[in-house]
Design a protein around this ligand. Structure first.
Ligand code: DUC
Ligand code: ZN
Ligand code: ZN
Length: 463
């Protein structure tokens, strides 16, 4: 399988230049001007961008949660990813009570088998931190190729501070990274009780029950544990100006605190919870949407380098049948999460690059290059000779009105319904094989389920 992509604007995390890209046997073999290779497929990319496929390091495919399941499985979720220009996901693998991390990894791999359409890896999420589970961290990093571990500071399955400290020390020894969902559970429980007593239980109070200060406190506490252990931490789905302030404060002092944010925290705000009827439930996710002030602070955080990675936290539940399953009278019973894997790249280009909030190169960095480095995906994340040919041919002028009908995610709504974007992925390649293609007014999946491979990742290195 060989492909010659001619005259596109190749975008890297530091520069953009017009060139041809030659792909053979799934790898980028040559980049240059007027390349003379006889390829099976020739793509005229004049006027288009040639981008590394986006990597989404925060997905919850088929995850059991709040009495139901996140609705995209490995088949529908990765087909949607491919259609949106995402060519690799690192999915959360929630350890069940009594399971070893290895059993959790094998279980999730079996769910992906014959279904996954693009390459993927796993982050074990430690939910049952028995002492022997902390001892499994070494082999998870060195043998299983899963060097990043998710923990929650909130929810019933949270880990306590003592466990966090042990985990930070253990991961540091072998090149691992702890990823943290940072919210203060006691502040949230207290506010939940107050709202319960007052009978204020509509979706808007989901946001009010999880204030910015709950994120700020947890980020600050996690950063102190990093300082104490000399380890490093990655804050998932950072959402607030105050949380970012604590990330920045630690980083300015040379403490290894990294952070990710998501399109919803850059583009949507808490006014959404006031939508008529029960519509606010569509945005019930944790952490919740914040204010426009936080939106702006997070864009600044990306530009200033305090936020290194953009991800989706893709965790879809139907509005009809799931969001309203138990929660119409109580926000606490609404499954937390929203869809986003397919709209990641189009939103970041249209709302970020076209609107002048980030440069094209920054977009490539936070969606691909920095993500690959952060998570040890050594063959991914760059248009560069020797890397996997995970490539998006992106038409920066192609308009698309986002509507659930034309997307592939297995859910009945998108938070971005009716939004017009400028710029769409028109051809997407995964290891040199075309997996999606723009057709008139939407993207079609042209890949194959089961094509994706599990990626054993490298131990991680940090400056
Ligand atoms: N937050 C969500 O909104 N969904 C899944 C898990 C999480 O932490
Ligand atoms: Zn989370
Ligand atoms: Zn999540």
């Amino acid at each position: 399988m060989s492909v010659l992509i001619k005259n596109g604007l190749v975008v890297t995390s530091s520069s953009s230049y017009t060139a041809d890209v030659y792909v053979e046997e799934g790898k980028i073999k040559a980049i240059g001007t007027q390349l003379d290779y006889s390829a099976k497929t020739i793509v005229d990319a004049k006027g288009k961008y040639v981008l590394p496929g986006a990597i989404d390091p925060h997905t919850h495919l088929a995850m059991p949660f709040m009495g139901t399941f996140a609705q995209d499985d490995y088949e529908t979720g990765t087909i949607a990813a491919a259609c949106g220009g995402v060519t690799c996901v690192v999915d959360f693998d929630l350890q069940q009570k009594g399971e070893s991390l290895f059993q959790a990894i094998e279980r999730k791999k079996s769910w992906a088998k014959d279904k996954v359409a693009i390459d993927y890896s796993l982050h074990p999420a430690i939910m049952d931190p028995r002492p022997e589970v902390i001892d499994e961290v070494k082999d998870a990093i060195l043998e299983y190729g899963t060097p990043s571990f998710k923990i929650f500071m909130v929810y019933d399955f949270r880990v306590d501070d003592a466990t966090m400290i042990r985990l930070l020390k253990e991961t540091k020894k072998y090149g691992g990274l702890v990823q943290v969902h940072a919210e203060n559970v006691h502040m949230i429980n207290h506010l939940n009780e107050e709202f319960q007593k007052a009978g204020t239980l509509s979706p808007y109070y989901h946001a009010k029950s999880r204030p910015n200060i709950a994120e700020e406190e947890a980020v600050s506490r996690a950063a102190k544990m990093v300082e104490m252990t000399g380890s490093r931490i990655y804050i998932v789905h950072l959402s607030s100006k105050e949380g970012l302030f604590r990330v920045k404060e630690a980083r300015d002092r040379g403490i290894n605190v990294f952070a990710e944010t998501c399109p919803q925290y850059l583009l949507l705000d808490e006014e959404r919870y006031k939508e008529s009827g029960f519509n606010g439930a569509k945005y019930v996710m944790s952490p919740p949407l914040r204010t426009k002030e936080s939106n702006q602070a997070l864009w600044d955080g990306i530009n200033q380098g305090d936020i290194q990675v953009l991800a989706t936290d893709h965790c879809p539940f139907d509005f009809n049948g799931k969001k309203d399953m138990n929660g119409t009278d109580d926000y606490k019973k609404i499954p937390n999460g929203a869809p986003g894997i397919e709209t990641l790249l189009m939103l970041m280009h249209s709302e970020g690059v076209v609107k002048g909030r980030i440069s094209l190169e920054k977009m490539v960095d936070v969606l691909s290059t920095a993500t690959a480095k952060m998570f040890g995906l050594k063959d991914k994340g760059e248009i560069c000779v020797g890397k996997d040919a995970d490539i998006v041919i992106f038409d920066p002028k192609q308009k698309f009105t986002i509507t659930q009908e034309k997307l592939h995610m297995n859910v009945d709504y998108t938070p971005y319904e009716g939004m017009e974007v400028t710029g769409m992925p028109v051809e997407v390649y995964s290891r040199g094989k075309k997996v999606s293609q723009w057709k008139t007014d939407h993207v079609e999946f042209v890949g194959q389920k089961g094509y994706g491979r599990f990626i054993k990742r490298q131990p991680l290195t940090f400056k």
